[in-house]
Design a protein around this ligand. Structure first.
Ligand SMILES: [Zn+2]
Length: 373
């Protein structure tokens, strides 16, 4: 029973993880659902309905009309209720460590994901279910916490600003050039000193927005929100970061947040101020709130998807306890974990019949057509 083995490993990991997660302590164990997900989402007994499906072109972006038979959808394992990895990176550097990925390994991650038919999407698109990943490919989300200088560093030579080719942005820009179909993008979660080099704050933040990257909130002081019991203080540490970012990119909406240390208050009456609040003249609403975590998270069309508590996968091979990026890639490859595979059309949701029961009922309100096979 291979499934049993995975389940057992996962449980063991959960016990160990809280000791090892260092910078990002898992503060919640109330969301351990991996075991269930693996066993209940196994594809079996699929009905083989042979009717042809004509997908209608309803997108504003004018996506080509394509016809797929149920057989094709089944063979290509199209499933928009499968799981999606939100990858968590911290530093990029010369030596691998728990919170540092080397340049070479980061490039390896990008190449591996590309070859295994993953394609990047933005965190906001994931959270809102606006997924236009091409047919047969799996969306993946990139995130970087802490705004380390090695995420985005610049070198000035003779008055000309150059991006360090070995920082995260330099590596992703290069990858983008050579793999335009990967749709490279990432969200950078920042604190009080975005990428250091304060002389270049304005340049860097504007560069990110102009080049298709996103900026998210990691609180002004990397605050552990599980320890703040005052709603005004919560709104202050979130609002101050938005105020800082908007000083340099004035009309950019900062609407995603990664919880420092994965910490959050258990009380709902405090948690709601992480989701939405006000500080001085700043009103904010976070469309996606990220925990740390250990597994790929649910499809945005899954009935239990919670955009306020999205778990991430550590993009590392060190101290990952069988639940790092490569462990999940392997499970997806072996079909022990069901991966989201796109139908190529953001306006339709294609699912195998046996997934029907986990389909969110709010999907209908999003004006999407459901196609079952
Ligand atoms: Zn952090």
């Amino acid at each position: 029973m291979k499934f049993r083995k995975i389940i057992k490993n996962t449980v063991i990991f959960l016990a160990i993880s809280s000791m090892l997660l260092g910078c990002n302590n898992v503060s919640s164990t109330d969301e351990i659902s991996t075991t269930n997900d693996i066993s209940t989402e196994t594809v079996e007994n699929q009905e083989d309905n042979q009717e042809n499906l004509v997908k209608e072109d309803q997108t504003k972006e004018n996506i080509e009309t394509k016809t797929y038979t149920n057989e094709e959808l089944k063979n290509d394992k199209i499933n928009e209720l499968g799981k999606i990895m939100v990858l968590m990176y911290h530093s990029i550097g010369e030596e691998e460590s728990t919170w540092t990925r080397t340049y070479a390994n980061f490039k390896k991650d990008l190449n591996t994901l590309y070859e295994k038919k993953y394609r990047a999407i933005s965190l906001n698109d994931y959270a809102s279910g606006n997924i236009n990943t091409e047919y047969g490919f799996t969306p993946v989300v990139f995130t970087f916490d802490d705004g380390n200088e090695n995420n985005f560093s610049v070198i000035e030579e003779n008055g000309e600003i150059k991006i360090d080719p070995n920082c995260a942005v330099g590596i992703m820009d290069e990858f983008k050039k050579n793999h335009p179909d990967f749709n490279m993008t990432a969200t950078f979660f920042l604190n009080a000193n975005p990428f250091n080099q304060d002389k270049y704050y304005e340049y860097k933040l504007n560069y990110l927005i102009k080049n298709g990257y996103d900026i998210g909130n990691h609180t002004i002081g990397h605050n552990n929100l599980s320890k703040i019991k005052d709603s005004n203080k919560i709104q202050e540490v979130i609002g101050k970061e938005i105020s800082l970012i908007n000083k340099y990119v004035s009309n950019y909406s900062v609407n995603t947040l990664a919880l420092p240390f994965g910490g959050y208050p258990k009380e709902d009456n405090l948690y709601k101020f992480i989701e939405e609040g006000k500080y001085k003249d700043i009103d904010y609403k976070n469309n996606a709130i990220l925990l740390v975590g250990w597994d790929p998270y649910k499809s945005p069309f899954h009935k239990d998807f919670n955009s306020s508590k999205i778990r991430r996968v550590r993009a590392s091979e060190m101290n990952v306890d069988d639940v790092g990026l490569y462990d999940w890639l392997k499970r997806f490859d072996e079909n022990k974990q069901i991966r989201y595979i796109s139908d190529g059309n953001p306006n339709t949701i294609v699912i195998p019949n046996n997934f029907e029961e986990v389909l969110s009922s709010t999907v209908t309100t999003k004006n999407k057509e459901i196609i079952k096979y």
